[in-house]
Design a protein around this ligand. Structure first.
Ligand code: COA
Length: 162
């Protein structure tokens, strides 16, 4: 039985299988999952905002209850706007726990009643990160075990050295 609506926010530069692990599992628990792509004008990512949204849309195409949205500003403000009271975040280990607890507290202060639900990374996903994907791809390494297969080639092409 699924219940309620949640938001899974992040930078997704680019989306990895680690993110997909969290999105797929959240989609089984919640009726509707919004994936919020943070647009940070101060931070130039490897992929443009439009590209990050597009890669996520393609990776989530088979998930009918997942919607990709982009946002600027505070995550809590997006929750207020969409009337969301649950944030989902992934935990890969102790380092994530410390920073995520802090973020959950700040978000609950910004929007009282906003709860953060943590999903522990599935086995094999603990070491996956977007920067790891970017680093391996930039040296021409194989990233197929780290990113969704639908978008693997596109990510690889981006980092091809001429
Ligand atoms: N699997 C794989 N990788 C994961 C992961 C998972 N389950 N969870 C996080 N990561 C990785 C990301 O790939 C990224 O890796 P990188 O640093 O190597 O590139 C890193 O962990 C952090 O990614 P992400 O989860 O996207 O967090 P973020 O720090 O980019 O974004 C926001 C966090 C967007 C939720 C937060 O910054 C935010 O809410 N910003 C809006 C402003 C705001 O509201 N501030 C107040 C709240 S603190």
């Amino acid at each position: 039985m699924r219940s309620g609506v949640c938001l899974y926010p992040g930078s997704f530069d680019p989306v990895t299988l680690g993110h997909m692990d969290i999105i797929r599992r959240a989609a089984k628990v919640f009726e509707k999952v919004y994936v919020g792509v943070l647009i940070n004008p101060e931070k130039k990512g490897s992929f443009t905002n439009e590209e990050r949204v597009d890669l996520l849309k393609r990776a989530c195409a088979d998930l009918s209850n997942v919607e990709i949205v982009s946002f600027t500003g505070l995550t809590a403000e997006l929750c207020r706007k969409l009337d969301i009271r649950v944030l989902v975040r992934g935990l890969r280990g102790g380092d994530d726990l410390t920073s995520e607890m802090r973020m959950a507290k700040i978000n609950a202060q910004l929007l009282p009643g906003l709860e953060t639900v943590f999903l522990g990374a599935s086995s094999g996903m603990e070491a996956v990160s977007s920067s790891l994907v970017r680093e391996i791809a930039s040296f021409g390494g194989d990233i197929s075990a780290l990113v969704p297969k639908e978008i693997c080639q596109e990510i690889q092409n981006r980092f091809k050295r001429s």
